[in-house]
Design a protein around this ligand. Sequence first.
Ligand SMILES: Nc1ncnc2c1ncn2[C@@H]1O[C@H](COP(=O)(O)OP(=O)(O)OP(=O)(O)O)[C@@H](O)[C@H]1O
Ligand SMILES: [Mg+2]
Length: 271
Amino acid sequence: MIKESACCADNIKKGETLISVKNLFKAFGVKKVLKGLTIEVKKGEVLVIIGPSGCGKSVLLKHIMGLLSPDSGTIHYAGNEVTKFGEAEFNVMRKRFGMLFQGAALFDSLTVGENISFGLREHTQLAKSAIDKIVNEKLDLVGLPGIADLKPAQLSGGMKKRVGLARAIAMDPDVLLYDEPTTGLDPVMVTIIDKLTVDMNKKLGCTTVLVTHDMKSAFRIADRIAMHFDGQIIEVGTRDEIMRSGNPVVKQFIEGSEEGPITLSHATVEK
Ligand SMILES: Nc1ncnc2c1ncn2[C@@H]1O[C@H](COP(=O)(O)OP(=O)(O)OP(=O)(O)O)[C@@H](O)[C@H]1O
Ligand SMILES: [Mg+2]
């Protein structure tokens, strides 16, 4: 089993490659989802992934987190080949990762506090008083003090997303993965969550990979934007580079135009 220190982002300097995904292929039955996808994530950055519905963005995040394994290709994290990890190594690595799943994915039967402290209770020996203190700190950070005893059913959609975020940051992760953190929220809440994600990146000194359909959010928060299309990353660049891109797919996506290479079939047809 690898040592905790071997899986630590501290070994990598800011701006250097922390996560390297190379030539990743993944099919579910006959459906080819990832078709030679390559992307590098640099330490300390906010990398935003955009792309049409169904193109495989969530599947990519799940590979990075080690929740899915590829048919071929490699993923390295802090120099370690994740794609060769066994369960024990994954457990070491996952403690370094926080993930906000699409739709928040809170456990309905647990309280807000129990949801947030889930990882802490699983992976640490901390006393209840210490865990309660962390829960309250994280709730303060996401602007929801004093709601630890509520159940998810008592929360609005925006509150659930913020509790999901508090859970993702509970273990002070090195890497934060967000899957559509603002979908379905009102514009004010979108701005609040956008600001929170950038704040978390700075305050925790972590690296952020965030999937969104919301171009306004993407341009507001990203250091770099990657366009995912048809199982590959077809373009990566700074906000300005993506805004000025001559690639017809990127142009169509950021303009939200009906005309262009992206059609309904990209989301629905088996290929
Ligand atoms: N566990 C799975 N088993 C079978 N098919 C899957 C599985 N997970 C994802 N898929 C398929 O892979 C494709 C990509 O799914 P994914 O959830 O990554 O899309 P996405 O880009 O995140 O879309 P959206 O923007 O709508 O969230 C879809 O066709 C989906 O049905
Ligand atoms: Mg998705």
